[in-house]
Design a protein around this ligand. Sequence first.
Ligand SMILES: [Zn+2]
Length: 560
Amino acid sequence: MSYQVLARKYRPQQFDEIVAQEHVTRTLKNALKSGRVSSGYLFTGPRGTGKTTTARILAKALNCIDGPTPTPCGKCPSCKEIIASSSLDVLEIDAASNTGVDDIRTLRENVRYLPTSGKKRIYIIDEVHRLSGSAFDALLKTLEEPPPHVVFIFATTEPFKVPETIRSRTQRYDFHRVSVGNLSEHLKKIAESEKIEIDDGALFMVARKADGSVRDGMSLLDQMSAYAGEKITAQSVIEALGLIDRQFYFDYIAAIAAKDASLALEMIKKLVDSGIEIPEFCQGLADHFRHLLILQNAREPEKLLELSESEMESFQKQVDYFTSGDLLRMIKIITDMTIDLKSGIDPRLLLETNTLKLATMESTVLFEDILAHLSESEGIEDESEIESDLFGTPATSKPAPVHPTPENSPEPAPPPDPISIPGEVRAINLPMVQNSWPNYIESLKRSNPMLAALLAMAEIREVRDNVITAVFYNAGGTSKQVVEKPHYMSIISESLRDFFKTNLKVKFEVDLNKKNNIAPKASPQPEKLDTEKLLAEDDRLRNIVERFDGEVVGRKKVED
Ligand SMILES: [Zn+2]
């Protein structure tokens, strides 16, 4: 017996044998079972996902001696003819071929004749979106009033290019790209029945290279067994298909994470010497960063990443190498480089310079983290002081908030309520909140330094019916967005209740006009700065100056 390519040998003959398109085959089987046959079907989806194979099975199912049936017998004359592609009642037209127009013309002439032996005349038109204008016009008349014995099955990889006239007259079935997991499982079964030994790593590589196409996966398996004989290993797949070993990426990334530029450059040399195409390496590298990013951020990363178990383990080991911010910047570097590669600059030079860029990149520092760090490092010296001063004036020993606060309240603050019941609504007025705000911020710092730092920048403008209006000035737009996140809003309302012993709501506003109604008017006289005194008195200022290696050059009022 002569050798038969795997794709042909294992071409599915039943709906149940179609790989990973159950959503399509189940619907078709149910329709056939209940005898509901449409006069037009449109199969869409990527190449190699089983569209024309399903079309042929559907043709058999309709014309089988038992038909319409969800399980064509495969033995009756009609089934046999369709399997052998010799049925006069099933005509396959490749719209992309030169003969497309002629075929359609013949189709139009023949369409009125009754089927010779079968029950239906079935026209399978592949890549229908590529029909020429004249061929399409020829088809249109038949489509508008199809004779009852005619069934059209259209297949396309580009459904959006299919004219509306076809789409509106057909039942549409979308075939999905076959996942690497499903495809490698399928290939494994075939390898087993062909007595081909192939390890899981190799299977995944072949399936990944096939990129969702069962047909491509089969011919790659063919190719591999011809190359490697009866035992296919990951190494032989790498050699035969010219792939880059995934381990190379893991090693390269490890060198980048260790900021070992020298090692990374040596690896580039090895890569170039082995004749690997640099654009291909860049694509793999961006993909590697993407995997790490998804592992960090997705709730169920295994659903988004098509990895074997051992690959997943290897990625998990690298998941903490970089922050998401770093990964995004690294992906940007690689994608920029991919664009530069097309400009004709020496690829090796580009890869080397960008490798240096990656290996020497400073880690991303979030502004939020700086704020949190600053708040934490200020610390709280005496917590009892805060407790005893709940409704009093801000303690002088504490760092002042970064915005100006009223030095004297318009009205004297009423004494604190001696008995307060949590959860009960108790009248709170503006001076009470203004006076206690710095202490409230202090109390919040312990549990949530970042939120406290943001709230310290807000100013209390109004308190009415237990609703506090807090205002952010100038660049406060982002602060407002952050504190208004539901998570923070619930922390705020809880901590306000704990602190003020009553239910309070807070409303944030942004005042870009910087019209500050509450703070005292700015002094018009220019002031002389004693920077050393300022630094000695203000912990927060000193902290910022030290951390950023800065100096105090002047002071501005917020409302200036
Ligand atoms: Zn049959």
